[in-house]
Design a protein around this ligand. Structure first.
Ligand SMILES: NC(=O)c1ccc[n+]([C@@H]2O[C@H](COP(=O)([O-])OP(=O)(O)OC[C@H]3O[C@@H](n4cnc5c(N)ncnc54)[C@H](O)[C@@H]3O)[C@@H](O)[C@H]2O)c1
Length: 297
């Protein structure tokens, strides 16, 4: 079989400058790729640049980066709230809020500004790549690239092909992941893919254990840290991921697989309704305004 030409990626766009988008911009810039980072909120872009600089300082402290490499990487990151800035990108990675209507509206507004050859990736944790791709003008060049948090630390990228994704796009994302020093796991396009299909129902089960009074927050996290050798307890991990993101993933599993075993725990819903979303709002299953963080139940 003839070798398939891999489209070169010389310039990357990242849309959504939150926890994940800033991490993706970080690793791309450290790998020497010029990046344009976009968001609806100018203040999110400013915050992201600060977050990236701080994360690079932690890498410097651990000997993983030099001051000169940090300066060179930061110089490669541009920011914009205007989609026209993505016009010369070879790949745009969407890492905005986990809501299908938001992602759809981003692709609709973005694609008229892109080169015809530009590929699109979504960092969605759970939404169908086939469906998101079908809503764009380029389903063959649409793929899932699911980075893990924190992006600069975690080695895995799940690569998810939609039904229409072509081979050059698949090969190009594999090559990019390698350039970012990541290892890929290829997942079929089913709800929540591999990692979250297994991880988030475990977190939801931990919230049920809390809800039913099997154990309190401290006991549940201690049990899994010491009893199963997990580096973080499931409730601590839920706060780290974001409780709104965990809930969205459970809803996608519940609706997408039509199986009651994926029903979100009412207590998880209540925390999200309260705006207690975990670390990003300083309160979730723990209160992060206290040192050490204090369990909220
Ligand atoms: N948090 C995790 O552990 C994790 C891990 C892997 C993947 N993901 C996925 O990554 C994506 C982002 O998650 P996050 O945790 O970074 O969320 P976040 O809330 O930290 O950031 C989302 C960003 O998207 C921006 N945004 C919202 N609407 C927008 C629009 N119309 N145009 C441009 N930007 C817009 C917001 O202003 C915000 O800055 C989601 O799809 C999520 O499922 C999250």
């Amino acid at each position: 079989m003839a070798a398939i030409a891999t489209p070169p990626i010389d310039r990357i766009g990242v849309i959504g400058a939150g926890q994940m988008g800033s991490g993706i911009a970080h690793v791309c810039a450290v790998a020497g790729l010029p990046v344009v980072l976009g968001d609806v909120k100018p203040e999110a872009l400013e915050k992201a640049l600060g977050t990236i600089a701080k994360a690079m300082d932690r890498q410097i402290a651990k000997g993983g980066l030099t001051e000169a490499e940090k300066a060179a990487a930061l110089a490669l990151i541009g920011t914009s709230i205007d989609y026209a800035a993505f016009g010369d990108c070879d790949l745009v990675v969407e890492a905005a809020t986990e809501k299908e209507d938001i992602k759809r509206s981003i692709f609709k507004a973005l694609t008229p500004h892109l080169k015809p050859s530009c590929m699109l990736a979504s960092n969605t944790s759970s939404i169908s790549i086939t469906r998101l791709g079908a809503g764009t003008d380029r389903p063959a060049k649409f793929i899932g690239m699911h980075f893990m948090k924190p992006v600069q630390v975690m080695k895995l990228v799940e690569v998810i092909r939609g039904i229409a994704t072509d081979e050059p796009t698949f090969q190009a994302t594999q090559a990019l992941a390698e350039r970012l020093h990541k290892t890929t796991a290829v997942s079929e396009d089913f709800p929540a893919f591999i990692v979250n299909r297994i991880l988030v129902p475990m977190i939801n089960e931990a919230v049920y254990a809390l809800y039913e009074g099997v154990g309190n927050v401290a006991a549940i996290d201690m049990a899994l840290r010491l009893g199963a050798n997990h580096p973080m307890g499931p409730l601590e991990l839920a706060d780290f991921i974001g409780l709104d993101t965990c809930l969205s993933i459970m809803q996608v599993l519940y609706e997408g697989l039509s199986d009651s075993k994926y029903r979100p725990c009412p207590l998880l819903i209540k925390y999200v309704e309260a705006g207690w979303l975990g670390r990003k709002t300083n309160r979730g299953f723990y209160d992060y305004t206290q040192t050490p963080p204090k369990p909220t139940r």
